[in-house]
Ligand binder design. Sequence first.
Ligand SMILES: Nc1nc2c(ncn2[C@@H]2O[C@H](COP(=O)(O)OP(=O)(O)OP(=O)(O)O)[C@@H](O)[C@H]2O)c(=O)[nH]1
Length: 321
Amino acid sequence: MSVQWYPGHMNKARREIEDVMTQVDVVIEVLDSRIPDSSQNPMLSTLRGDVPVLRLLNKKDLADKDRLDLWLKHWAGNEGILAHPFSTLDKADVSKISHWVKQMVPHRGSAEKPIRAMIAGIPNVGKSSLMNALLGRRIAKVGDEPAVTKSQQKLKVTEGFQILDTPGILWPKIENPDASYRLAVTGAVRDTAIDYEDVALVGLAFFISDYWDALATRYKLKEKVSDAYELLKIIGSKRGALRAGGKIDMHKAAEVFLNDVRGGIIGPYIMETPEMIAREELLVEEAKAKKEAAKQARLAAAMPQRQQASQRAYQDKKHDK
Ligand SMILES: Nc1nc2c(ncn2[C@@H]2O[C@H](COP(=O)(O)OP(=O)(O)OP(=O)(O)O)[C@@H](O)[C@H]2O)c(=O)[nH]1
């Protein structure tokens, strides 16, 4: 949960995943179904090459089923990707994994040629829980170490199915500020990375627009409140987040709300839809194009000055002769 991603970490993770990729037949990519896009690692699609990916939308018990279906439809045609809603808490789901991997790698799966899988995902998506559930025992938590570590042992799940003993920890989409907030709201990145109250306000604004009824039921709100800051104050007041003198303690109010969101107490939700991500990507592209155009305009504007400067330098040189 507390990995801080720096370029050095990312390079190390990338190299190690590349090495491990040669030893596996399938990657089991664990996502947080409340943020199906932001919990994907941006590099995995390139790193995996031709290796198929079983994409588990974990924590389905916390997710909005309708939006989950939108994502499944969205990925349906993707070559080499099989996606399923999933929960490590659901024994029936866990028992289906060996069938799903066999579907993806039909030429392996016997005792002589077992399917070798690596579990991978960003921090806190449920990789260790998945390994424990598959193996029926607790493995040591990998926690703070980015990427795959040590030489990899293969652990037997069934006769024809093995998993590597250390999950691959991948970095989240930290370069996109909107995604960073969504990762923070669900608890996938450390609270200290972004201001706690800001995270709660982003989360609250999202619930106001997308899941107002659930919010109203949880906090017994009679009328719609559109302003996230005002609503955080109301939640703080209702839940006793007060300082001495009766002023609202906004940090405590943020804590109350975020604990509810992360624990699924308000109700099932998904913060991203394929359509919304497409719009966001378009905006990012447009912003990039605008920035580039502004740079070119600045260069063009500076051109005559540069030409004048080089002309002056030429004339000075001539004069000196
Ligand atoms: N509600 C719910 N919680 C889950 C599920 N699977 C895992 N969790 C919880 O998610 C949290 C993170 O799970 P871990 O298995 O530690 O996640 P991880 O990916 O190994 O985390 P790192 O070691 O930080 O990379 C724990 O509190 C788990 O209990 C699930 O299906 N539903």
